[in-house]
Write a protein that binds this ligand. Structure first.
Ligand code: AHM
Ligand code: MG
Length: 339
């Protein structure tokens, strides 16, 4: 076995060589995302040291308090990407409206949706956070991008990925030919291939959810969790609960170890939220794309996440993602409850 040191740029170029029609635009776009990720990493890794720690007084479009680093990460993503000539429009969790490409810059054929810093309430306690991105092709007519370019179903993504700022910083992405992970070597400033062709196990004993919401879930979801505790896998391996409250970290572990990540709708209780919390376009769809590319399954309990045609930018959706057998089982119980 030979070990090669392969940078993310080199890996993208090698992949593109298989597609003679590729003009390098996509790899250029990924390079700009990577640059933004390195700048965000630099700030996140210093969070405990400076006054960036703590909340601002701003409330974002979802009525949540925005941490200073969220704003910073959002600004970095926009500034790194708005002038490159590859994008025609962007959307971010932090911006209520689509983000146009300024008139002075050329417009390109790709569309970018992102969550600049997911799980940011975890920054104060030094738990991993992450950035998530989803790339589509422009479908509208005219030079500049439009809302319809942003509202495309997930199966049409040209690529998707996340950066996890954890005990090490990793980029995990797919352009439709497998899922590959790259770990940042901070001393040289490069993401190096460390996890080639990631494959999620077919089933797993780890479940990842905010079990504090148990009483608000539907009977099928409750039944699934009770089943997990009783008989986690066919091999009778006992279950483990792992939940950080940072989806990027929880999905990353699920990709590597298998099992299921779930954020169901809350249907009972004083403040029901049947759509759950997570956003379809820049949280669930890119994660579903990666999970499927790694051989897993992702749904809202009834429908494949990647088939859902979005109707608004910040739409929320219940989310079940992970090992295919785990997700199939929770889907079966949800269908049963509805019968
Ligand atoms: P955010 O986009 O405001 O950071 O919220 C998304 C995060 C996810 O990373 C995580 O899975 C979830 O919120 C945790 O929510 P809860 O605290 O309700 O369990
Ligand atoms: Mg988020």
């Amino acid at each position: 076995m030979t070990y090669k040191i392969i940078t993310v740029q080199r890996h993208i170029m090698d992949t593109q060589r298989r597609y003679p029609q590729a003009r390098g635009e996509f790899s250029d776009l990924l390079s700009q995302i990577i640059l933004a990720a390195k700048v965000i990493y630099r700030e996140v890794s210093k969070a405990g040291l400076s006054d960036v720690l703590g909340a601002t007084d701003d409330i974002n479009v979802h009525g949540e308090r925005v941490m200073k680093l969220d704003k910073f990460a959002n600004t970095v993503m926009i500034r790194a990407l708005d002038h490159g000539g590859h994008l025609c429009i962007m959307a971010s969790e932090e911006n209520e409206d689509p983000i146009p490409i300024p008139e002075e810059y050329p417009s390109g054929k790709y569309v970018l949706l992102f969550d600049p810093l997911d799980g940011s309430s975890n920054i104060a306690v030094n738990v991993s956070v992450g950035s998530i991105f989803s790339i589509h092709r422009k479908i509208s007519s005219g030079k500049r991008g439009k809302l319809e370019d942003l509202l495309q179903p997930g199966y049409k993504q040209a690529g998707a990925g996340y950066i996890i700022y954890g005990s090490s910083t990793m980029l995990v992405f797919s352009t439709g030919v497998g899922v590959h992970g790259f770990t940042l070597d901070p001393s040289v400033g490069e993401f190096l291939l460390s996890h080639e062709n990631m494959q999620i196990p077919e089933s797993g004993a780890i479940y990842s959810c905010n079990e504090g919401y148990f009483n608000s879930w539907s009977p099928g979801v409750k039944e699934y969790i009770l089943q997990m505790k009783q008989n986690a896998t066919a091999e009778n391996k006992s279950a483990s609960l792992r939940y950080t409250g940072s989806m990027v970290a929880d999905i990353h572990r699920t990709l590597l170890y298998g099992g299921i990540f779930l954020y169901p709708g809350q249907v009972a209780g004083p403040a029901p939220k049947p759509e759950g919390k997570l956003r379809l376009l820049y949280e669930c769809a890119p994660m579903a794309y990666l999970i499927e590319q790694a051989g897993g399954r992702a749904s809202d309990g009834l429908r494949r996440i990647l088939d859902i045609a979005p109707d608004s930018l910040h739409q929320r959706v219940p989310f079940f993602a992970g090992s295919s057998l785990n997700v199939l089982e929770v889907e079966r119980l949800i269908r049963e409850e509805q019968a």
